[in-house]
Design a protein around this ligand. Structure first.
Ligand SMILES: [Fe+2]
Length: 227
C-alpha cells in the first residue's frame, strides 16, 4: 500500500461500484422511456421520477469529484495529473450540460408522456458521454487516486453525496449501488457509519431497491451491467 505521511491510501473499489450502478441505470433508461406509450402518464410518472433520481445521483457524484478529488490531484499529482485532470473537468462540463438538457425535457414528458423520443435521445447522448468519461476515469484517475489521495480524503467523496441528499432517499441510493456491489466493498462504505445504520442499512436498502426496481423495471432483478 502506498503511504502519504504514513496514512492509509484510498481504496477506490467503491468508485467501481458507483460506476457499475450508473452504467446499469443509464444503460436501461433510454429504452424504459421509449417503452412508455404516449399519454400513459401513470407510467411516465414512475419512469420520470426514477430518471430524475438517477440524474441527481450522477450530479452529486460528479460534484463531489469536482470539489474533493480534482483539487487534490492538481495539488499533488504533478504532470501525471495535469495530463488527465483537465480532460476530466472538461468531460464533467459536457456531461453536466447533457444532464441539464435531459432535466429540461423531463418534466413535460413526465406529466404528458409525449415527445418521449426526444427525451430518450437526450438520454442516449448523456449515456455516451458518461460511458466515455467513466472508462477514462477508471483507467487514468483511479491509479492516481490510489497514489496521491488518502483513505480519509477519499471518504469525503461519499460524504459529499450523503450530505447533499435527502435522508429519505439514502436507502434507495444505497440499494441501487449494492445491487451489483461486492460484500466487502459495501461493508467498507458503511464502516464509518453509526452502528444501527451499519446493521440495518443493507437489508433496508436491498428491500427498498427491490421494490423500486419492480415498479420501474418490472422485476426486482433488472439486467446487470456486470456479469
Ligand atoms: Fe466517478
Amino acid at each position: 500500500m502506498n503511504q502519504l505521511n504514513d496514512e492509509p491510501m484510498a481504496d477506490v473499489r467503491d468508485m467501481y461500484m458507483v460506476h457499475t450502478m450508473l452504467r446499469r441505470e443509464f444503460g436501461l433508461l433510454p429504452q424504459l422511456i421509449r417503452d412508455v406509450a404516449p399519454d400513459d402518464i401513470k407510467r411516465s410518472e414512475v419512469v420520470g421520477a426514477h430518471a430524475e433520481f438517477v440524474c441527481k445521483v450522477l450530479h452529486l457524484h460528479h460534484e463531489g469529484e469536482d470539489v474533493v478529488l480534482w483539487p487534490l490531484l492538481h495539488q499533488r499529482g504533478g504532470e501525471e495529473a495535469e495530463d488527465v485532470v483537465p480532460v476530466m473537468e472538461r468531460q464533467h462540463h459536457g456531461i453536466e450540460s447533457a444532464n441539464a438538457e435531459v432535466l429540461r425535457l423531463l418534466p413535460q414528458w413526465r406529466s404528458t408522456a409525449r415527445a418521449g423520443q426526444e427525451l430518450a435521445e437526450a438520454f442516449d447522448r448523456l449515456q455516451a458521454a458518461l460511458l466515455e468519461h467513466m472508462a477514462m476515469e477508471e483507467e487514468r484517475i483511479l491509479p492516481l487516486a490510489e497514489k496521491y489521495v488518502t483513505a480519509a480524503e477519499w471518504r469525503r467523496l461519499g460524504e459529499h453525496s450523503l450530505e447533499k441528499s435527502a435522508k429519505k432517499s439514502l436507502p434507495l441510493a444505497f440499494g441501487m449501488a449494492m445491487y451489483e456491489g461486492d460484500r466487502e466493498v459495501v461493508a467498507g462504505v458503511l464502516a464509518e457509519a453509526p452502528l444501527p445504520v451499519r446493521l440495518l442499512m443493507p437489508a433496508i436498502a436491498r428491500r427498498r431497491f427491490a421494490r423500486h426496481a419492480t415498479r420501474v423495471h418490472g422485476t426486482p432483478t433488472p439486467p446487470r451491467a456486470t456479469h
